[in-house]
Structure formats: C-alpha cells, structure tokens
Design a protein around this ligand. Structure first.
Ligand code: IPE
Ligand code: IPE
Ligand code: MG
Length: 248
C-alpha cells in the first residue's frame, strides 16, 4: 500500500494540474424540475455528465477522480428515488465497465456496502477486479459513503491492528485504514448545484483541499464549466499554513 504525504504532517507537492479532484455531483433533481420532468430524469442525465468529466480528466492527466454518488444520508429520500438510484448505479456499472477498462481506467467503490443487495455488490466486485491493474486514471465512486462513517471504520480497524497503542495513536496510525488510503488527499474539491457545504463527504481528506463551488447544476456541468474550476484552482495560493513571502 502506497503512503502519501499528509497535508498536516508535511507540505505536499503542488502541480498545475490537480492530481486528485473530488466532486459532489449535485443539482440533478433541480435540473429535472426546471424542465417539468421527474427528479429521476435528472439522475439519468447526470450519468452522461459523469462520462464527460471522466474524459476531461483523462485529457488533463488527472490521476484520481472521486465522485460522490450516494451519501449515507441519501437513504432518507423517498423509497422510489432510492431504488431508482440503486438501479441506475447497477445499470451504469454494467454498461460502462468495459469502456472504462478499454481506456485503462481503474474503478474503485468506497462506502459501506452492507446495505446494498447481493447482485449490486457482486457487480461492484467484478468491476473492480476487471480494472484493478489499470493506470491512466483511478475513478472512485463514493456510494453509501459518509465522511464520519469513514473515520469511525478507520478508528475501529486501527484499534484492532494495534491495540497496544491505545491512548497513543497518531495520524499515521489512522490514515492507512481510511477508505481512500490508496490516493493522495484531494487537491481540488468541486461542488455543483449551488450549495456551499460538504454534506459529510471526505471530511478528513479535505483538510487542505482547495474548495470550488458553482451554481451550475450537475447535468449542465460541461467542459467549459470544468475548465473554469481548473482555472480557479490554478489561481489559488496553496500555503499550507505558511506566509506568501515564504512561498516566493
Ligand atoms: C445529486 O442531485 C444526486 C444525488 C444526491 C444522488 P440531487 O438529487 O441532490 O439534486 P437536487 O439537489 O435535489 O437538485
Ligand atoms: C450530496 O448531495 C450527496 C451527493 C451528491 C451524492 P445532497 O443533495 O444529498 O446534499 P444535501 O442534502 O443538499 O446536503
Ligand atoms: Mg442535492
């Protein structure tokens, strides 16, 4: 398992192109309602945006793209919307995995799988297995993911792995057990749909991530909108606690 720099332990390398982009894909329901369509029509359109954003990331040679597809709190939605989303997830996996594989993309799913039905879990496992050695881009889908769930499951694993350290745990004991320990911390976070909140996404990992919020709804998030986010990132001064003078 690779170990990456923690932004609080040492200063990460900063590049023009973010190595890791994490996205809250929000606004599907509102996109559909604006067109007098059922909310789920927006989710369907949102899958097309996913396909496009994967392409933009491949072109830019981004190493990691992490997409929030379903939060641990999204179970609170009406039953029919939840089952539609589960069905769409299954369908998208089945339809897209060969194409992802052909494009040398590695697919990983993070989140608590225990509430998914067995067929979906089997499809996730098979998709991950097929693409495990791919190297062009790692596409992580966060499904039934919650940042607090992640920290808690990592704490439990940490304690099992080193019970003798109780009372003396440090960051480096915890981070290998986090769901995204295989990836560097995100450089850029994007949330579409206008809300300015994290909604229990990657809480630990976003400590020094540059945050970008746009009113554009996810189904409308096209290449121009994506490029605006990248440009915004490129204009940030990532200080990690230091002064501007120290950077110069
Ligand atoms: C994001 O779009 C997709 C999921 C949460 C699954 P929403 O469904 O939250 O769309 P809005 O925010 O209601 O417009
Ligand atoms: C966050 O969007 C979760 C996903 C995009 C999967 P929500 O639409 O669920 O977030 P809130 O409820 O507005 O915070
Ligand atoms: Mg929403």
């Amino acid at each position: 398992m690779a170990f990456f720099t923690s932004a609080t332990q040492s200063i990460p390398e900063v590049a023009e192109i973010p190595k890791h982009i994490a996205v809250i894909m929000d606004g599907n329901g509102r996109w559909a309602r604006k067109r007098f369509l059922p909310r789920v029509a927006g989710h369907k359109r949102g899958v097309e945006t996913v396909r496009d954003v994967v392409k933009y990331c491949l072109n830019l040679k981004v190493e990691h793209l992490t997409l929030f597809a379903f939060s641990s709190e999204n179970w609170r939605r009406p039953d029919d919307e939840v089952s539609f989303l589960m069905g769409l997830f299954m369908q998208a996996l089945k339809r897209e995995v060969e194409k992802l594989h052909k494009n040398n993309i590695k697919l990983v799913m993070i989140g608590d799988r225990s509430r998914f039905d067995a067929k979906l879990v089997a499809q996730i496992d098979a998709s991950e297995k097929l693409t495990v050695n791919n190297t062009a881009l790692t596409l992580t889908i966060a499904a039934n993911y919650g940042g607090r769930w992640d920290v808690m499951q990592a704490m439990n694993k940490m304690q099992l792995a080193a019970p003798q350290l109780t009372g003396f745990y440090r960051e480096e004991h915890l981070t290998p057990h986090l769901a995204m320990s295989y990836a560097p911390e995100p450089d850029l976070f994007i949330r579409t749909g206008g809300e300015k909140r994290i909604s229990n996404f990657l809480l630990w990992q976003l400590a020094y991530t540059e945050l970008y919020f746009t009113d554009t709804l996810w189904p409308d998030f096209n290449e121009a909108a994506f490029n605006l986010a990248i440009q915004s990132y490129q204009n940030r001064e990532r200080r990690f606690g230091r002064t501007s003078e120290q950077l110069a």
